[in-house]
Design a protein around this ligand. Structure first.
Ligand SMILES: [Zn+2]
Length: 435
């Protein structure tokens, strides 16, 4: 009877249905909400190392080729890079051995600039070119020997291709302008061999660019060249070729001159911040600001003698300082592994980068001191996106200069005189430079 009354009265029926729906909602929805809170996984905590699966971690500077020269005389069949070299009878005794394939995998490296380096004190004006060619050769041979892990790259696209294939993009760099023997022809041929950045000096001055130790000399030496007139041609030729200009190791004056004259953004492949630790190998704040304005990048060096401390915390202080000066778009990492005899606690070898990324994401030093955490975007830029941006811009500028003729000028004899090296004995064509 009651049901019939309801069914016959449309208004009453609607009201009842609504009442039932509201009652059900009032009971079910809160339960569902409570349940959804119970069931949902806790919001996923962002860990810095995840970033290294998203973008390639590109390190600017590793001296493994020089270690292979020192330890094995470039004979690469005498050791297995795909083994723990810490247990190798010879390599384990070498205090600058920080790199092997197991540790590179652990370190989640996506790309590495392998450095063709030879000591300037031994080789400048002697066999620098031939010795550099040997280091380029050994680098190519080692890349080829481990094709499942290494993939040769000479472009920004090449880095990404290797990354998608889960291989380590392997690029070649030359550390020290002494390696071109003051000849643009050699520079051009290095590019053809795959060299994608050249550090303008190592610790020795070249006739056309001063090295950083000169900044410590007092009174200021009279033969200070900064970047010479011919040195500007080196810069312009590098721009034309599409070779990145590395101003780690050069003097303050050369940094300033290169930033003024380069037509493309430049890099510091392995340098830290002078304000955090005063060392001539570190970069002054005004240079950092200018570098940012010119869209370049400073890839931070981990070497305790440059960092001014021997822990991962000390490295982070440099990263944080540079971030405040240049902004986050102009920082990268250039660990200098295998090029140094000591490394910081926490960044002992190439396996440790993920720990650094975790700490930067957390914003806490080992001492407990806190800092502004690095966001996922920040860490992607630090890992590789900044270097890729610079590399692409260098390539774009190269493409825009395709109609420019190569520079042909020989270095003038006066520049050898000014650098006090005109009497150096090992150039057979010195007279050609006199007119
Ligand atoms: Zn170096």
């Amino acid at each position: 009877m009651f049901l019939q009354t309801i069914l016959s009265n449309k208004k009453l029926l609607t009201a009842c249905v609504l009442a039932v729906v509201i009652t059900i909602c009032a009971i079910v929805v809160p339960i569902a909400v409570v349940n959804s809170y119970d069931d949902a996984p806790a919001p996923k905590k962002f860990t810095g190392r995840e970033v290294l699966d998203e973008v390639p971690l590109i390190d600017g500077h590793n001296d493994l080729p020089f270690s292979i020269y020192l330890v094995e005389r470039n004979l690469i069949n005498r050791f297995n890079l795909d083994s723990n070299l810490k247990e190798h009878p010879v390599w384990s005794a070498v205090n600058s051995s920080h790199t092997d394939l197991p540790r590179l995998r652990q370190g989640k490296l996506g790309a590495q600039f392998w450095v063709a380096y030879i000591r300037c004190a031994d080789t400048q004006y002697k066999d620098a070119v031939a010795r550099t060619l040997e280091q380029i050769d050994v680098t190519k041979r080692i890349i080829k020997k481990y094709p499942n892990d290494f993939k040769y790259a000479d472009s920004a696209d090449g880095i990404m291709e290797a990354f998608w294939e889960k291989k380590l993009a392997s690029l070649i760099a030359v550390e020290g302008g002494h390696s071109i023997d003051s000849r643009l022809a050699v520079l051009r041929l290095f590019y053809e061999l795959g060299v994608r950045y050249m550090t303008l000096t190592h610790s020795c001055n070249t006739p056309w660019a001063d090295a950083s130790p000169i900044d410590e000399v007092t009174p200021v030496p009279s033969q200070l060249n900064n970047l010479s007139a011919w040195g500007r041609h080196v810069i312009w030729e590098m721009n034309r070729l599409g070779m990145m200009i590395d101003i780690s190791h050069v003097s303050y004056g050369v940094m300033r001159d290169v930033l003024q004259h380069s037509r493309a953004p430049v890099i510091f492949s392995h340098s830290s911040a002078h304000t955090v630790f005063e060392h001539h190998r570190n970069v002054q704040d005004d240079i950092l600001s200018e570098l940012g304005r010119k869209r370049g990048i400073v890839m931070v060096n981990f070497y305790p003698l440059f960092v001014g401390g021997n822990t991962i915390d000390d490295v982070i202080k440099h990263l944080n300082h540079i971030r405040t000066i240049t902004g986050v778009d102009h920082i990268g990492l250039g660990g200098d592994y295998n090029g140094v005899s000591v490394t910081p606690e926490g960044l002992e070898d190439v396996s440790k980068y993920p720990d650094l990324f975790d700490m930067l994401a957390n914003g806490v030093l080992r001492t407990g001191e806190t800092f502004d955490p690095w966001t996922r975007d920040d860490l992607q830029k630090l890992a590789g996106l900044n270097l890729l941006r610079v590399f692409r811009e260098v390539e774009r500028i190269r493409d825009g200069l395709v109609d420019e003729e190569p520079f042909e000028d020989l270095i003038p004899y006066e520049e050898f005189e000014r650098a006090n090296v005109a009497d150096q004995p090992c150039m057979s064509d010195m007279d050609m430079h006199k007119n």
